[in-house]
Write a protein that binds this ligand. Structure first.
Ligand code: CUA
Length: 155
């Protein structure tokens, strides 16, 4: 069978790319342990409800327009369900899971992280425009995944 030279080159390129992707996944899994990039801290996923500050999830004011928000993700909700901050606030989100892997995403912002049981993920965002932002789970986590959402209200 005759394979055109350009096609053979293209095939070699595609196979090489697959080898590179596979190597990246292997290194991430074996060397980096596939943990969230923020790598803040670990937590016992069976004791989230007894571990401060996740025993009392919610919004904490640090200074004017500076907040920390502690979230527990579980099937199929986020706790707290709603937080409200004034426009111009910088909010640092700390999120952990009490059960399976979830996502934590606020579309239209840069907020998007995986939430893995055993780890605390962290992401920060400055909310400049007032409005109600939908916070969603973007990692399939079970039969109620599509119901898993919360709200960030910016006044
Ligand atoms: Cu939690 Cu999907």
């Amino acid at each position: 069978m005759h394979v055109h030279r350009a096609e053979r080159l293209w095939l070699m390129f595609a196979v090489a790319m697959m080898a590179v992707f596979f190597a990246v996944i292997t290194v991430a899994a074996l060397v980096d342990g596939m943990i969230p990039p923020s790598r803040l801290q670990s937590i016992d996923p069976t004791r989230v409800s007894q571990t401060p500050p996740f025993d009392k999830p919610g919004l904490h004011k640090i200074a004017d327009h500076v907040y920390e928000a502690y979230y527990v993700a579980h099937i199929f909700a986020f706790d707290p369900a709603t937080i409200a901050v004034p426009a111009g606030s910088r909010v640092t989100f700390f999120v952990t899971s009490a059960d399976v892997m979830h996502g934590f995403s606020i579309p239209e912002t840069g907020v998007n992280t995986a939430v893995e049981p055993g780890w605390v993920s962290s992401v920060a965002h400055t909310f400049t425009t007032p409005g109600t932002f939908l916070l969603i789970c973007n990692e399939y986590c079970g039969s109620g995944h599509q119901l898993m959402a919360a709200k960030v209200v910016v006044r």
